[in-house]
Design a protein. Sequence first.
Lengths: 236, 521
Amino acid sequence: MAVSAELRAQLSRIAPVVLAAEQILPVPEVFEPLLPGGGLQRGWTLQVSGDSSARALAWGLLGGVTTAGGWIAAVNVPGISLAAAQEVGVAVERVLVVSSPAESWAATIGALIGAVDVVVFGAPRHRVTPSEHRRMASRARERGSVLVELGAPVPKGRDSQLQYDLAFDVQPVAWSGLGEGHGCLLGRELDVTATGRRVGGRPRTGRFALPGELGTLDYLGPPAELADVRSIRSVR
Amino acid sequence: MTHADRPGTRVAVVWCRDWPVVAAGIPADEPGAVLHANRVVASSEAARSVGVVRGLRRREAQQRCPELAISERDLAAETRSFEEVLLAVEAFTPRIELTQPGTCLFDIRGPSRYFGGDQTLSGQIIDAVDRVLDGRTVTAVGVADGVFAARIAARSRSANPTIVPAGESPEFLAPLPITLLDRPELTSVLWQLGLRTLGDFAALDPVDVLGRFSREGLSAHRRAAGLDDRPPDATDPPEDMTASMAIDPPVERIDQAAFVARQLAMQLHDRLSARGAACSRITIEAQSEHGESFVRGWRHEGALSVAALTDRVRWQLDGWLNASPVVRPTGGLSFLSLRPEDLLPASGRQLGFWGGETEADQRAGRAVARLEALVGVENVQVAEWRGGREPDDAIGLLPAGTVDLAERQVQVLDERPWPGRLPSPSPVELFSEQPIDVVDARGQPVTVSGRGEASAAPCSVSVDGRRWKRIAAWAGPWLLEERWWDPERARRRARFQLVDEDGTAMLAFIEDGGWWLGGTY
């Protein structure tokens, strides 16, 4: 037994040190106000819900992973638009687009966890039991992949039943560039509320330009401090 | 004379200078560069004169030349546009091999006798290719014993064509700098050892070279010495190892052909690896359903991996299917075969010395293989730049199994070549065949006249028969008429952008008299 204890001590000495920073996936700086610790930790389970503009947030958030050489897989995301993903900074050559029938859905996600850095999936049409969901989440934690569920808008007054490390709810606020019969869409402003296990009791919120009128991603500030521009811009 | 010190066969190399730049459509007299993985891989004459050379980072290149036109490398397009040059050369000899787009070579012994000597033949080829190129770049021909010597001869600027007399390749190469070997890791060591010319290196005893630098070093040594530069252990296939396949129904589109390319490349690779072999040269042959036959050889310096094989077959098929109408197959391709031309012992996949395939790419590649078994090959896809005016055209999807995941770069061209494309942002969710209703203030459907004017301002919108929503902002119509010559893919639509009262922005269009939802932003 003495030998094995000695061996163990030896092993722990030579084991590579895993720095906390290596466990953080790179995220564009503008999203830092939303993220506890300023980054996405490997192994987290995320939900991004809202109308289609939620996808703009998801792509913007994940773009940094691909430009740093990582891979994203998108499973059953209907009407996926990689052109839009590319515009907010995703290196689309490292995106796998997978469509999977309900019966092999869990196996597909399972095969991707650990193989790619981020697995994005559209809200499943079939029933996923809480235990299946937990299994997926724990496997992701073990293998260091981030799971992102693209959800439908969460109905008011009802919380999502599943536990996410981070859940983003996206509300469109205003569009710029489009008038009545003239102009064209240039910039989108949206409010994002982050809740979930990692945020604690107080949700984080922020208003973002995704993209702004000049095509950049910007953090505009906390929504409470900004005037509700929606009414000004869309009701003339 | 043994195999080991046999001089190379007499070949001619036809080289089009700066082909990646030419294929990217950058005029020769304007500064331009082609990048791969953020590094310059080729630059135009004008760009080189201000210091934009191979290996620079994008930022450095732009610093040296702010007006530099930059394009991402697209080997498939380079091959496609090189096809017209190959056709011009093919008028002189049927057996042409490609090493990479921009460089092709052939055994000159037979054609030379027929056309009256190396000099005459080379001159005729230069004239023929220059006619095709029409001043876009310069063609050079080099003739020598051995591919390496011929390639160096083609690149020499003293004469064009450069003919190295038979048996004089070693003397021709001897005074040239050792860096021409294009093996930076090897030549930097040799340089430190005091070997400055190819002749110095060639004077070493091959046994010592093999002992110190292994096979890679030996094949460089043979090249420097002007010997037969087939890898020393290459042999002719002892039997017919051709992998072939009848394609039914015949394929006409490159995305379908890519599938066949992949299958056949796997088949050939499996057959070779069962014998512990790999190949560095293949002949690709295709037949169309009307009996036309197309043959082309490809050559690589080392063993071809499955992905490299697949890529070459795919580029070649792309080249044939998209050639000019005169030479394009008149029907779909119905037969395809791959014939290995020489065999090497398989020594596993050679990775680039620096970079190349990363671990992340390898893991993704393995996941693709697993998923293909799980959900089917066509359900695992990656992006491919196609270009187009509508958001669903610009980036297409292609089965992941048919491409080399590490080598690929999705090219981003700006809107320049696509007039009529809506500016970014693009819709984030796309719809197909999703009818909607858009009415004006009086409740009448909004229509667009033949002159491109809306009948009235759109006022309310209902998607899929659901609740009517007020339109808060709108613009349009922007007319789009595409491919009117092709009844199946023709498109004539009037596009609008609409924002409803909930702040949802939509791309909607009128086509065939009805309103459709194209996407939401």
